[in-house]
Design a protein around this ligand. Structure first.
Ligand SMILES: Cc1cc2nc3c(=O)[nH]c(=O)nc-3n(C[C@H](O)[C@H](O)[C@H](O)COP(=O)(O)OP(=O)(O)OC[C@H]3O[C@@H](n4cnc5c(N)ncnc54)[C@H](O)[C@@H]3O)c2cc1C
Length: 235
């Protein structure tokens, strides 16, 4: 049965200039699929509580004791993200519930090619798919396209290095493409063609996700094969 459970912070790792990965030790984790998220509940000394959702970066897990990683990006003036990226230390205990979400997932048995598209911290659940996919023998083709403001704020840069990145404001040294937004031409050039009927997972700020989903449909992708996860507002 799901419910709030304690999660001890095992490790805190900088993930970019504005983000951190938190590795949580959960004694009785129900297991999760790649792409799912959990909710974190914080309780202040005066009883005030705040709950926010965070995607799971760890590869899919079976039920049992587990280390579950989340990646949190600081939202300016954000109540919960400022605490999770600034104040939480190893040894602290948070409350979590999950896993949550049954649609925005990738299951290893799916024979279709996989196209992942993430904006900003939207790469977090996609990293879970990449890590899960890496452990599956004879897995289908997988491609990822990430939209990132600048190298300084690139979360999971080691994972992104194996894939395509569009830098929207500042490019890394040696990059041949100038900074710019993701458009239909770039999408068509870097992603699995619609004719191959990939499963598309698109995640990030709401305007990014809506824009990309529209472009995919324009490129001929079947709407039923486009799974989206919206993280809320974007600055
Ligand atoms: C299913 C799901 C999965 C998510 N996974 C992740 C994840 O893996 N990593 C992650 O960092 N976040 C993730 N989020 C977003 C996260 O839940 C919070 O919304 C975010 O951390 C901001 O919360 P806050 O309490 O810091 O800000 P709040 O105090 O709620 O808001 C402060 C200010 O930030 C703005 N704001 C709120 N949310 C966002 C946002 N997502 N982006 C930019 N500005 C925002 C608000 O408009 C407001 O002005 C996810 C959201 C959902 C719904």
């Amino acid at each position: 049965m799901n419910g709030w459970r304690p999660a001890r912070v095992l490790a805190v790792r900088p993930e970019s200039a504005s983000a951190r990965a938190l590795v949580l030790q959960v004694p009785s984790w129900p297991g999760h699929l790649a792409g799912q998220h959990l909710d974190v509940r914080l309780t202040a000394p005066d009883g005030h509580q705040a709950v926010r959702s965070y995607s799971i970066a760890s590869a899919a897990r079976r039920p049992g004791p587990a280390e579950v990683e989340i990646g949190v990006e600081l939202a300016v003036d954000g109540e919960v993200s400022s605490f999770l990226t600034g104040e939480v230390r190893a040894g602290d205990v948070l409350e979590v519930t999950g896993p949550l979400g049954g649609w925005f997932v990738w299951r290893p048995g799916d024979p279709a090619p996989v196209q992942l598209i993430g904006g900003g911290s939207g790469v977090v659940p996609l990293v879970s798919v990449v890590r899960t996919h890496a452990g599956v023998p004879d897995a289908p083709e997988l491609r990822m396209l990430a939209s990132v403001r600048s190298p300084a704020v690139a979360m999971y840069a080691a994972e992104l290095a194996a894939f395509d990145v569009v830098w929207t404001r500042e490019v890394p040294p040696g990059s041949t493409r100038p900074p710019g937004r993701l458009d239909a031409e770039l999408l068509a050039a870097t992603t699995v063609p619609a004719a191959s009927s990939p499963t598309c997972l698109v995640c990030g700020p709401t305007p990014f996700v809506e824009h990309v989903a529209e472009l995919l449909v324009e490129l001929g992708h079947d709407e039923a094969r486009i799974r989206t996860e919206r993280f809320g507002s974007a600055r």
